[in-house]
Design a protein around this ligand. Structure first.
Ligand code: MV4
Length: 447
């Protein structure tokens, strides 16, 4: 097992990883930017090093600075958390060349799945359903037109280097397709340095269902069932839950088995998530793989009883998974609300600043993953999530009631938060009935 781990991240996920390491008897080295200097959670690490100024491009994203901290801290491994360098295959390779274990998939698997077009090809090879569309990258306008007429409008152009909704364009006719293709290419080149795009049938009102996976280095790969992350606004997830409600048992089983086939075919190791969209007729299609631990991993931990961060560390250290597929059962329902320092009344404008007062909810089945506390100053430089409120109850109805109760208890003063809006979502008739898709928040609550 590792003796010492560097956590290449900040905020709640850094704290989550520090806590897991402490329980495993592993020493921790934290890093921080100038904006995070003095943050209380850093005191819980054994050591902490500054990696640069507030801007993440000059600190948390600086491979040289992060590796320097790892060398000075003399660690065996790096946990990248989510965001920042977590899906950077080059960083992963640099770790390998420095003989530091990267807690995540190999650079090869990360690279293959990081390119969405390659990932889609692997899915086809694994007999995993994909959205009808171009067979590979689109070479020119004539090919785009041919494919669009074959599958029918509307179509969606996606950047192969994109993901999470970045670099996507919808087109509903020939004329729109021509300009969307040009724009998508230009945007993809500017944003990712890769102009490659592919084309898919645009699925209307899809649900976002993702399957949590974990695989060891001994050929064991299992799924930890699914999460529904349809409750989102502008590609920002608001609420995640497990299990997905109103998903036929057969569909659910088929999605989870497809996810296992995919990661086995990709020789994927460690934790990862296979993302699907599910249409109104319960057809499911592979979309992309998230080759990292995700923000919403706690809902899966609550319903399966498996600690995903500890599992990641054990697998990276070469241990065998201590469970097999038949050991993994779902118990009850878990829901997570992301608490962001944003003002819902001002179009979710970020609301950084000092938290003057704070009361954290508790009680049976309530978990709050957060690095925030009274007196904490939310920096303006990073994403605005200040905590995750997670509840676990026997049924979805009870989980909703528990979450509303917990949101009512939560008090954060000095800054605006999304808590009141989340409560409204939980009371929205579509949400209550489990009649959710990726458009219902924007269709029924905003505008
Ligand atoms: C789609 C789609 C409809 N049709 N693909 C957006 C994020 C990226 N991971 C995939 N996304 C989508 N792909 C086809 N062919 C609709 C979305 C989509 C979406 C997916 C998941 C969660 C939220 C979303 C919000 C808008 C659009």
């Amino acid at each position: 097992m590792f003796k010492r781990i560097l956590i290449a991240n900040r905020g709640e996920i850094a704290l989550r990883i520090i806590r897991a390491c402490r329980e495993l008897g592993i020493e921790t080295v934290a890093i921080f930017s100038e904006a995070d200097r003095g943050s209380q959670y850093l005191d819980l690490a054994d050591e902490a090093y500054c990696v640069g100024p507030a801007k993440s491009a000059q600190s948390y994203l600086r491979i040289d600075q992060v590796i320097s901290a790892a060398e000075v801290g003399n660690v065996d491994a790096i946990h990248p958390g989510y965001g920042f360098l977590s899906e950077n295959a080059h960083f992963n390779e640099v770790c390998r060349s420095c003989k530091i274990d990267f807690i995540g998939p190999t650079p090869e698997a990360m690279k293959a799945l990081g390119d969405k077009n390659t990932a889609k090809a692997i899915a086809r090879e694994a007999k995993v359903p994909v959205v009808p569309g171009s067979d590979g990258l689109i070479e020119d306008e004539a090919e785009a037109m041919r494919v669009a007429h074959e599958i029918g409008f509307p179509v969606l152009i996606k950047a192969t280097a994109g993901g999470g909704g970045k670099g996507m364009r919808v087109a509903s006719n020939d004329l729109a397709l021509s300009s969307a293709l040009q724009q998508a290419r230009k945007e993809a080149q500017a944003a990712f340095g890769n102009p490659g795009v592919y084309l898919e049938k645009y699925i209307l009102k899809p649900r976002h269902v993702e399957v949590q996976m974990i695989a060891d280095h001994h050929g064991n790969a299992v799924h930890l069932w699914e999460r529904d992350c349809s409750t989102q606004r502008r590609h920002q997830k608001l609420i995640e839950e497990s299990p997905a409600s109103n998903l036929p048992a057969k569909t659910r089983q088929a999605i989870c088995e497809a996810a296992v086939r995919l990661i086995k075919t990709a020789n994927y190791t460690n934790a990862g998530t296979v993302e699907f969209i599910v249409d109104q007729d319960h057809n499911f299609y592979f979309i992309e793989v998230n080759a990292r631990i995700q923000v919403e991993h706690p809902v899966t931990e609550m319903v399966t009883g498996i600690d995903l961060i500890k599992s990641q560390i054990r697998v990276a250290a070469g241990e065998r998974l201590p469970f097999q597929q038949s050991d993994i059962h779902l118990r009850g329902c878990a829901i997570e609300c992301r608490i962001n320092a944003e003002n819902p009344a001002k179009n979710f404008q970020p609301s950084p600043g000092k938290i003057t007062q704070m009361f954290v909810p508790g009680g049976r089945g309530v978990r709050f993953d957060s690095h925030a506390h009274p007196g904490y100053v939310v920096p303006a430089h990073y994403d605005s999530m200040i905590g995750k409120l997670i509840v676990h109850q026997p049924t979805r109805d009870e989980a909703i009631a528990c979450m509303i109760r917990a949101l009512d208890e939560l008090r954060v003063e000095g800054i605006a938060t999304t808590a009141s809006f989340l409560k409204e979502v939980l009371q929205n008739v579509h949400f209550v009935e489990g009649n959710i898709d990726t458009t219902f928040v924007e269709r029924t609550m905003l505008q």
